[in-house]
Design a protein around this ligand. Structure first.
Ligand code: DP6
Length: 345
């Protein structure tokens, strides 16, 4: 026999960025962060986890290619979930698995991303969140979402925010064991559904500096990192609560720019954005200034791709027109394509 569970998890985009760890093993951050979870139809990971007495070892495939499960991130998540497995019984199929059986049985895991892996589109967030969620379902884990988020966090920090839809806050926590470093939902996916997200894929290539090593260098060498403003978290929570787009946009853009300034202040300096990214920023800033109030927000993660948030559908259509005019895909502007999240949040 074999038991199987399939889960689907969208990626999330931070509007107040997580950058820097106070504990690298448990993945405990040095600041709170806030993100928006995308609609699962667009950028998501689908993961099938199965268990069978005929499997002789744990194995995993990513986009059809076998990958090693021995890396620390996977091992932490597997260990944490296994330790919380509970008895399972399917009388019809005559399957009974006890808590102790789960420790011995092996797993096969197949995961697919419908977007480029490790290109700064938060693939690790969707991937690890989906893995933890699917395994928890398979092994009959009874923990709530907050506790599951703390497990996903140990796979990749940003993954803890992908367990919820809508707007999510990852509370950095104070405890040494990470028990209070969990994600909570600030507002669900229906709260502010006129927002539309467009992702301009400047480059689908894998990023040169991984978030993990970039963060380590920043914490060790940047002086600017101490000046990241914790006040922004409260202001962003208010902007989301009140659906205040001008404040939301100002805070998201400022935080993205501050994050990239911190990267530049790191030794050796980290450049995630390129010329095309900078031109997109100028284009949005000019438009927002001309309108007198922000219409579009931009944010860039650990890569050159632009995540653009339009205040409504009408603005999104105009934005797309402008982008296509200034940055035609596959031209020398080096823009690969656009991913448009309709009713994204
Ligand atoms: C810039 O979550 O990928 O996207 O915890 O080392 O796996 P690890 O890093 P990761 O870092 C994401 C950084 C970011 C900002 C964010 O998503 O908050």
């Amino acid at each position: 026999w074999a038991l199987m569970v399939t889960g689907r998890t969208p990626t999330n985009i931070a509007v107040i960025k997580y950058w820097g760890k106070r504990d690298e093993t448990l993945i405990l951050p040095i600041n709170d962060s806030i993100s928006v979870t995308l609609d699962p139809d667009h950028l998501c990971t689908t993961t099938t986890v199965s268990v069978s007495p005929s499997f002789d070892q744990d194995r995993m495939w990513l986009n059809g290619k076998e990958i090693s499960l021995s890396v620390g991130e996977f091992q932490s998540c597997l260990r944490e979930i296994r330790s919380r497995a509970t008895d399972f019984e399917d009388k019809k199929k005559g399957i009974k698995i006890t808590k102790d059986d789960w420790q011995k049985l092996h797993l096969h895991i197949a995961s697919y991303n419908n977007f480029p892996t490790a290109a700064g589109l938060a693939s690790s967030a969707a991937g690890l969140a989906c893995l933890v969620f699917s395994l928890a379902k398979l092994m009959n884990v009874k923990e709530d979402y907050g506790q599951l988020s703390a497990i996903a966090r140990q796979g990749s920090g940003s993954a803890c925010r992908s367990l919820y839809g809508g707007f999510v806050k990852w509370i950095m926590g104070k405890e040494g064991d990470g028990s209070d470093s969990i994600a909570v939902q600030l507002a669900d996916e229906n709260h502010w559904d006129e927002l539309v997200i467009i992702i301009a894929v400047v480059s689908a290539r894998q990023k040169e500096t991984s978030s993990t090593s970039g963060m380590r260098d920043t914490v060790e060498t940047s002086l600017l990192i101490q000046h990241r403003a914790p006040k922004r978290i409260i202001q962003m929570e208010d902007a989301i609560k009140n659906r205040d787009f001008p404040s939301f946009a100002r805070l998201a853009c400022a935080d993205s720019n501050q994050f990239h300034a911190v990267c530049l202040d790191t030794y050796p300096p980290i450049f995630y954005m390129n010329d095309t990214s900078h031109r997109i920023i100028s284009c949005v800033e000019k438009w927002n200034r001309a309108e007198g109030t922000p219409q579009v927000a931009y944010t860039f993660d650990a890569g050159p791709n632009a995540v653009l948030v339009a205040r409504n559908r009408k603005t999104a259509a105009l934005l797309l027109q402008r982008l296509l005019f200034h940055f035609p895909p596959q031209s020398d502007t080096n823009l690969d394509s656009y991913v448009i999240g309709d009713k994204t949040i």
